[in-house]
Design a protein around this ligand. Structure first.
Ligand SMILES: O=P(O)(O)OC[C@H]1O[C@H](OP(=O)(O)OP(=O)(O)O)[C@H](O)[C@@H]1O
Ligand SMILES: Nc1ncnc2[nH]cnc12
Length: 208
């Protein structure tokens, strides 16, 4: 669900977060409206508001693992993990982790990729939160959920700063991706957004 529909309606922190995100048209490819969170990181107050909202939501949920998606999920995931007293597990792009890994392939708005996690980073039955900066097709989060579940964790929720309600891609491609992700009521404003059966919590919609 969106934070504004879940108790934070009119909360000025959401506007401060949205205002701090820069939109760069046609990056990294023509037609993509790139949501640039580096400008949010430059704004101490807006960055702190972002982390605080997540920490308030997750601090009493008995979460022992925060998994962050490379690269931008690391920037939000690590301060959240520290604040709620959980360990941080990086989900990395291929061939970056030195130990034994498990791996999941996925599709992106602008390409294909794979995520890897160290074997042994997560124990059976641990309660996990997955953090990224942005959800578009849901392919990245879908692969992340699978990695955590393969390691025996219970994924409590996925959380992102930005949710793109529509993906700028051709319709059949989008349908194929949504099918791949088994997205249920994706970006419905009423009720919960769900991704592979897991609740999805989103702070703001993209800036135009
Ligand atoms: O919902 P999806 O369609 O899967 O897209 C969302 C993902 O795309 C971006 O990462 P990207 O792969 O560009 O990597 P980066 O963070 O390393 O730049 C973004 O940070 C998310 O992880
Ligand atoms: N439009 C977008 N802006 C930033 N990151 C993205 N990842 C996938 N689509 C994106």
């Amino acid at each position: 669900m969106f934070a504004a529909e879940n108790g934070l309606k009119g909360d000025p922190r959401l506007k401060s977060i949205s205002d701090a995100i820069r939109v760069v048209p046609h990056f990294p490819k023509p037609g993509i409206m790139f949501q640039d969170i580096t400008t949010l990181l430059l704004d101490h107050k807006a960055f702190k508001n972002t982390v605080d909202i997540f920490v308030d939501r997750y601090k009493d949920m008995n979460i022992s693992v925060v998994a962050g998606v490379e690269a931008r999920g690391f920037m939000f995931g690590t301060p959240i993990a520290l604040a709620i007293g959980a360990k941080f597990v990086p989900l990395r792009k291929p061939k970056k982790l030195p130990g034994d890994v498990i791996s999941e392939a996925y599709e992106l708005e602008y390409g294909n990729d794979r995520l890897e996690m160290h074997v042994g980073a997560v124990n059976l039955g641990e309660r996990a939160l997955i953090i990224d900066d942005l959800v578009a097709t849901g392919g990245t989060l879908s692969a992340s959920i699978k990695l955590l579940e393969r390691a025996g964790a219970e994924v409590v929720e996925c959380a992102c700063v930005i949710g793109l309600p529509e993906v700028k891609t051709d319709q059949s491609d989008l349908l194929r991706k949504l099918d791949l992700c088994r997205v249920e009521s994706f970006f419905s404003k009423q009720g919960q957004n769900r991704l592979n059966g897991k609740p999805l919590y989103i702070l703001v919609e993209p800036r135009q």
